[in-house]
Design a protein around this ligand. Structure first.
Ligand code: GLN
Length: 268
C-alpha cells in the first residue's frame, strides 16, 4: 500500500523555484522599497516650503530637500512618506513618535529643543511685519504697540507677538486665514515668516499687502525629530552633502531665484 503519494517531479520543481528565489534576492541589492519608509510630518499650507497642489500632490522647497535627502547620493537609504499635520500639533506628534521627522519651515528654538531634536540649520529665515499697502504708520517693533495683530497658533510669530506691549492678538490656524483677516481690515498687522509672506505676495496671492523691509528676528529652520532619533545623524550628514554638492543651491534657486546665504553648521 502506498502511504504517501510522493511526486519527485513536483519536489524538484519546487526546490528549483526556491533556489531561484534565493539567488534573485542575493543578486539584487536591497532597494529603498525594502526598507521601512521614513514618516515625515509637514503642514502643506506654508508656501513655498510646502504646497498642496490641486491634484493633492506635495511640492515646495522643503519637499524637494527631503526628497533629495532620501536619494542614495545624499547617503540615506530610506524612502520618504509625507504625512500632512497641522503645524500646531507638529511638536507633540514628534514627541509621541507618531512620525520619524518633520519638515515644515520649523524654526529651531531653545524652547522647542527642550522636547524635540533638530538637524543642523537648512534655511536662514526671519519674522517680518505685514500690513495693508496703504498703511504708513507701522514700520517697526515700536509701532506695533497697542495694535491688533494676527498670528499663526504655535508659531514663532505668535511667540514674538506676545512680547509686544498692549497688542491685541488674534490667532489663526494657517497663513491664508490671517492674511484674509488683514485684508478685511480686522487686524492692523500680521507677524509671520518673511520668506513665506514675500513669496505669496510676489506670486499674486496677496494683492493689497506689503512686508515691512526690516526683519524682526533672525531664525533658522531645521528638520525636527524626536529626541535621540536614530535618523538624525544620517539627516545631518545628508544636509552637509547637499550643501557641498550643489543640490541645495539648485533647490534654493528653483524656489527663490537667488543665491542661498551661508548657513552655520549648528544652531543655536
Ligand atoms: N517658522 C515658523 C515657526 O517655526 C512658522 C512655520 C510654519 O508656519 N510652518 O514657528
Amino acid at each position: 500500500m502506498k502511504l504517501i503519494n510522493f511526486n519527485w517531479q513536483q519536489l524538484i520543481l519546487g526546490l528549483g523555484c526556491l533556489l531561484l528565489m534565493i539567488a534573485c534576492k542575493s543578486f539584487y541589492p536591497t532597494t529603498n522599497s525594502d526598507v521601512k519608509p521614513l514618516k515625515v510630518g509637514t503642514d502643506p499650507t506654508f508656501v513655498p516650503f510646502e504646497i498642496q497642489t490641486a491634484s493633492g500632490n506635495l511640492e515646495g522647497f522643503d519637499i524637494d530637500l527631503m526628497n533629495a535627502l532620501a536619494q542614495p547620493t545624499a547617503g540615506l537609504s530610506f524612502a520618504v512618506q509625507f504625512e500632512s499635520l497641522p503645524f500646531d500639533g507638529m511638536i507633540s506628534t514628534l514627541q509621541a513618535k507618531r512620525v520619524d521627522a518633520a519638515i515644515s519651515g520649523i524654526t529651531i528654538t531653545a524652547e522647542r529643543l527642550k522636547t524635540i531634536a533638530f538637524s543642523r540649520p537648512y534655511f536662514k529665515a526671519g519674522l517680518a511685519i505685514a500690513v495693508r499697502k496703504d498703511n504708513q504708520n507701522i514700520k517697526d517693533f515700536k509701532s506695533l504697540q497697542g495694535k491688533k495683530i494676527a498670528v499663526q497658533i504655535g508659531s514663532t510669530g505668535a511667540d514674538f507677538a506676545k512680547t509686544i506691549p498692549n497688542a491685541k492678538i488674534s490667532t489663526f490656524n494657517s497663513g491664508p486665514e490671517f492674511f484674509q483677516d488683514l485684508l478685511n481690515g480686522n487686524v492692523d498687522a500680521v507677524v509671520s515668516d518673511a520668506f513665506a509672506t514675500l513669496y505669496a505676495i510676489k506670486n499674486g496671492k496677496l494683492k493689497g499687502i506689503k512686508v515691512v523691509a526690516d526683519l524682526l528676528t533672525q531664525e533658522y529652520y531645521g528638520i525636527a525629530t524626536p529626541k535621540n532619533s536614530p535618523y538624525l545623524d544620517a539627516i545631518n550628514k545628508g544636509i552637509a552633502t547637499l550643501l557641498s554638492n550643489g543640490t541645495y543651491k539648485q533647490i534654493y534657486q528653483k524656489w527663490f531665484n537667488a543665491e542661498p546665504p551661508q548657513l552655520p553648521d549648528s544652531w543655536p
